[in-house]
Design a protein. Sequence first.
Length: 235
Amino acid sequence: MTPNAFTELQDRIGYHFENQNLLINALTHSSYANEATSKGEPAKSNERLEFLGDSVLSLIVSRYLFEEYPDLPEGDLSKIRAQTVCEKTLAVFARQIALGDTLLLGHGEKQNKGNERDSILSDAFEALLAAIYLDGSLEDVKAFLLPFATEQITEIVKSHHTMDYKTMLQQIVQQVNTVILDYCTISETGPAHKRVFEVEARLDGNVIGKGKGFSKREAEQNAAKEGLSYFGIQA
């Protein structure tokens, strides 16, 4: 990676680091750090910055929603926030600034095009937010982040996606790559012209929500709605 690549990234995001090591740390994937360390060249991955960036991201988006949508109840605010900060959305933000072009990846991740994977891009985006916060201030992070976030929030509100409980739940679950979410129909009752379906939402086989409806789709939506409470979101 050339010094020019880091300079160009800073030009794109509109923020130039006093401490360039923070930027490098934010762009260092664990695969690169592990390879460097094995060669006697210790390097820190961006995982700790990602941890901090997640909280910075949530705070900024939460405050924006709180101030800009005073009439929305807590449940709707939580659902909009979840869609705004999910892995898929953050990966879109990362691609808009060509963040993948500057990531430091190990040989295997390079071969597998890790710089195009949603999980790696979203993690690096959160790490970048933390790096800006530590190098500058929360206001600097807001100046960089809000143009992305506000556009996304406006689209969510306009398209009424806040009531698609299955999508909401799936986006939350996707942030933990190792778990599997599925829906299982456990009963069908009533006459043929008016069947009632009961469905369970299961996370790695564990029931996190149940729902009933006159179609499987309706039952799944109701199960997902109950499942959101598992993650502290009251739909």
